[in-house]
Structure formats: C-alpha cells, structure tokens
Design a protein around this ligand. Structure first.
Ligand SMILES: Nc1ncnc2c1ncn2[C@@H]1O[C@H](COP(=O)(O)OP(=O)(O)O)[C@@H](O)[C@H]1O
Ligand SMILES: O=P(O)(O)OC[C@H](O)CO
Length: 495
C-alpha cells in the first residue's frame, strides 16, 4: 500500500490528510492557529504557526495511520491563497507576520493605482481587479514599511512567497523556492496569458522580480522534504491554491462546470477551458489548473464572508454554541419576518468590490431573535452565491453555464443552507461523498504525478454524489426574497 499526504493550509486551521492508493482518506489531523488583528481591517498570521501546524499535523496524520513514512509516495500542498510572506534567504527568518488575504491595509494604494489609470493594464495581464485582496500591494507594503526591507530585497537577500511557496521552502530546508501557476495567478504580479511574472507590474510597484519564486505546473517536481522531518525524503509533487484544488477535487474539468466552496469565505469557479474569459461583471479571470504546461482558465467569484458569518454568530454574538445549531434555529425562524444580514465585515468582494463598507442588518422587529439572525446568516450565503452566478451567466455564454453547482467546504454540511442555495439560484446543488475535495484535489495532482493515481478522465469518473438539493421555491417567491437582498446591499454600500 502506498499513500499520498495532502497538506491543506487554510485561513483558520491547517489539516493533513493521508490518502491510500484507492484515493480514500485514511487519517486526518487538524490544528487551529491564532489570528492577529493589529488594527481594524488588518489580518495577520505568524508564519511560525503556519509552519508548526503543518509539520505537526503531518506527523500526527502519519502516526494516526500507523504507517511508515517510507510508504508515502508524494506530498501535495494546497493553501489559503494571496497571503504574503517575505523571509530572509539565508536565515529563513520571516521579516514580518504574514499579511492575510482578508487584510485591507493597502486600500489607499489600490485607490491610487486605479486613479493613476493602471486598472486596464493590470486586468489585461493578471485577469484581476485592483484590490487589497491580492498579494501585490501587500508585498509592496512590506517593502515600504519594514525597516531596510526594500534594500535587502534589491540586494537579493529576501524572498517572497505565497503560503505554498513558504511551506515548500521550509519542507525542503531552503532548497526550493517555487510556486505553481494557480498561486502565482493570485498575486496580481503574474501575466496569466504569457505564463510569466509581469515585469511591467513589478516595475510599477518597485518589486524586485528576483525575489519571486519559480512558477511550475500543478503536478510537477517541487522539491524533496528534508530527510529529518518525516524520517525520509518525500517528493512534493502537487501544488494548487485551495479554491483551484477544490475545482480539481470536484473534477470540474469540462468548460461550463462550476463549483463553490463554503469555508471562511465562498469561492465559485467556472471552468472556461483554454480561453481566459474577460469579465464585464466584476469577476476575476484566473487559472483553474495547469497541467503539462497548459493552463485551463476559470472565471472566479470571491466572497469574503460565508462560514465566517456562522462563526460570528458563535463567537461574536454568542447565540449558538456550534455551527451546526444554525440548522435548528433557521427551521424555527418566524417565516413572516424578513431579516436580511449583509455580512460586509471586511467590505464586499465580487461582484461589488467595495473595501470600505461594513456589515448591516435590515428588517429587525422586536420579535427578531437568535432564530431570525441564524436564518439570515445562512441566507446571506445563498444570496451572495446568486450574485456571483448571475454575473457568471452574463459573462460566459460560450456553451452556457451548466445548471448544476457542485459544493464543498465546512458550511456545505448545512442541509438548510444548501436547500436555500438551490432555491435561490434555481438550480440543483450537488454535494459529493468526499467533502474534503480541496485535499483530494491536491492529493490527486501529487499522486498522478508520482504515477500511483489514475489519469484525469478516470479521476473524473470516480466523483460520487452524496446528496442532491433541488429547487422547490416558486419563481415569484424567489424574486420576493432576492430583490430585497439587492436593495439591502445597495443601502449597505451607500451608508
Ligand atoms: N453545520 C454547519 N452549518 C453552518 N456552517 C458550518 C457548519 N459546519 C461548519 N460551518 C462553517 O464552515 C466553516 C469551516 O469550513 P472550512 O472548510 O473548515 O473552512 P476554512 O478552510 O476556511 O477554515 C466555518 O466558518 C463554520 O462556521
Ligand atoms: O482558507 P480558505 O478555505 O478560507 O480559502 C481562502 C482563499 O484561498 C482566499 O482566496
């Protein structure tokens, strides 16, 4: 028996999952780590925590499976995307905490870039809109604000990486400074058409190109782990940003196939084949995966707050003890109240891209309580997905967006939320048997490259449905729910 070890380094926790040679998960370890909020709108992680939880969960998963590490054929890494780490090339010491994708500190820089007329040039090259979400302005902030950083970077002493790149550097004992095309595509420094770092954008932001990692396919030779880490050297053979790994794990390999992952945020990716489709509706053009030097493109809608709204009910408002309790509350909510929650806790992502607005609640009465809040929270995720899918349908008419949405991520466990989603998007919602699709996706990339997993077509055939949700709402009822949401979002952005 041989195994693949998948590392899923997410926003709130790190997971390691061992898959056997039948691609079944056999052991799992997970560890949360602290979030740092030094100022309003700022979010940081300590890179030491990202590394310690990665090494720790890998060891734990191997121990739990009771196998020798010599049986692990390959490692795959998937990760929270856009998050920026800069470290010293010689000591490996990060020069600052990681600046997390949710962090809005570079909003003014982004506004200035837009005001100076760079939006089109950046969109043409990267497929992205200028927003603090992406790595580029965060990296610029570090070089501008950490004492001596720009000079050290210019001297070639500092390296930049997204989380995958930093972890590979650590795993390989500093031997490999690499990333994959999907992570590179989220930096706002990578030309997705030419498949290389954009000198024009690096020059504009004063970023030395030499500090950027080498960009590889998603299934490739990324380096070997240090022998002392797990008892033997293990090749790292698969890397993809977590949303792209989920797209792969959901086997969305045909143009028109669509998945949506409900973790902290929600990210919907529509496979558009070998053409990068330009969005006219504020979606992102990105690389879904790259195999054998050939990128497959996607349109992406990114929502910053999905499952996080449920966490807020639990940790902020403290009206639930566990995420799963939202189900019971939503069922009990008064159907005559229409409480609408716009969870713009860190502004709004696609398709609104408003970094300044903050969350709002509408329609409260004296009778509104925990149940109505819970229902509104779950509904907000459905509404936001509908916003994305409407934008996708308007952008991509090639063969039409396939009517079925494949879902995964922690929040897809909520039957209530998935039924509402199906009702509000008026389409089937398919939840697969393996809900750790992100880990599965990168495990397949690594295992396929290592020669122990099947090819793409065979992998796609093995996708299995666990539960399908079908729409039950009338068109009239759907409109009566959705139109007030649109008005609530408008009002939230104008307060
Ligand atoms: N049964 C549930 N109902 C609603 N939300 C849930 C449920 N279970 C988990 N969640 C939400 O899913 C999120 C965790 O999903 P996960 O995929 O682990 O996220 P991430 O990878 O972003 O850390 C949390 O925000 C949590 O609130
Ligand atoms: O860590 P997750 O699962 O919330 O995903 C974060 C995304 O990659 C951010 O773009």
């Amino acid at each position: 028996m041989t195994y693949v070890l998948a590392i899923d380094q997410g926003t709130t926790s790190t997971r390691a999952i061992l898959f056997n040679d039948a691609m079944e998960p056999v052991a799992h370890a997970q560890e949360e780590f602290p979030q740092h909020y030094p100022q309003s709108g700022w979010v940081e992680h300590d890179p030491k925590d990202l590394w310690a939880t990665t090494a720790g969960t890998c060891r734990e998963a191997i121990e739990r499976a009771g196998i020798s590490s010599s049986k692990i054929a390959a490692i795959g890494i998937t990760n929270q995307r856009e998050t920026v780490i800069v470290w010293d090339k010689t000591t490996g010491e990060p020069i600052h905490n990681a600046i997390v994708w949710q962090d809005r500190r570079t909003d003014e820089t982004c506004q200035a870039l837009r005001a100076d007329g760079h939006a089109q040039m950046i969109n043409d090259r990267t497929g992205l809109l200028i927003d603090p979400y992406f790595s580029a302005t965060k990296l610029k902030w570090l070089l501008d604000n950490v004492a001596g950083a720009r000079e050290r970077a210019q001297n070639g002493d500092l390296l930049f990486g997204t989380v995958d790149s930093f972890l590979i550097w650590k795993l390989s004992g500093g031997a490999a400074h690499v990333t994959d095309a999907t992570n590179a595509a989220r930096t706002m420094l990578y030309d997705i058409r030419k498949g290389r770092w954009s000198r024009t954008i690096c020059d504009l932001l004063d970023i030395p190109i030499a500090m950027l990692p080498e960009v590889k396919d998603c299934a490739d030779d990324f380096g070997m782990t240090r022998a002392d880490l797990f008892g033997k050297e293990i090749p790292i053979c698969g890397v993809a940003g977590d949303q792209q790994a989920a797209t792969v794990g959901q086997a969305c390999f045909e143009p028109g196939m669509l998945k949506s992952t409900y973790g902290t945020g929600c990210f919907a990716l529509l496979n558009t084949g070998d053409t990068p489709v330009v969005s006219h509706n504020n979606l992102l053009t990105t690389i879904a995966y790259q195999l054998n030097g050939k990128p497959t493109f996607a349109l992406e809608g990114s929502i910053f707050i999905a499952g996080a709204v449920v966490q807020w009910l639990r940790d902020g408002l403290q009206i639930i003890k566990s995420a799963a309790e939202t189900q019971g509350f939503a069922e009990q909510a008064d159907p005559h109240q229409n409480v609408i929650l716009v969870p713009a806790f860190v502004g709004l992502g696609a398709p609104y891209w408003n970094a300044q607005c903050r969350g709002a609640v509408f329609g409260l009465t004296r009778a509104s309580g925990a149940a109505e809040f819970a229902k509104a929270a779950l509904e907000s995720v459905g509404f936001q997905t509908r916003d994305l899918l409407d934008a996708m349908s308007a952008d991509w008419k090639a063969d039409g967006v396939q009517p079925t949405l494949r879902v995964d991520g922690g929040m897809s466990a909520s039957d209530w939320a998935m039924q509402f989603l199906s009702d509000i998007i008026a389409a089937p919602v398919d939840r697969p048997e393996i809900q750790e699709t992100t880990a599965l996706g990168v495990a397949w990339l690594a295992g396929m490259h290592a020669g122990i997993y099947p090819d793409q077509a065979e992998f796609a055939k093995r996708w299995a449905l666990q539960k399908q949700f079908l729409p039950t709402m009338s068109d009239e009822a759907r409109d009566a729910k959705y139109q007030p949401w649109k008005k609530a979002v408008e009002a939230t952005m104008t307060v």
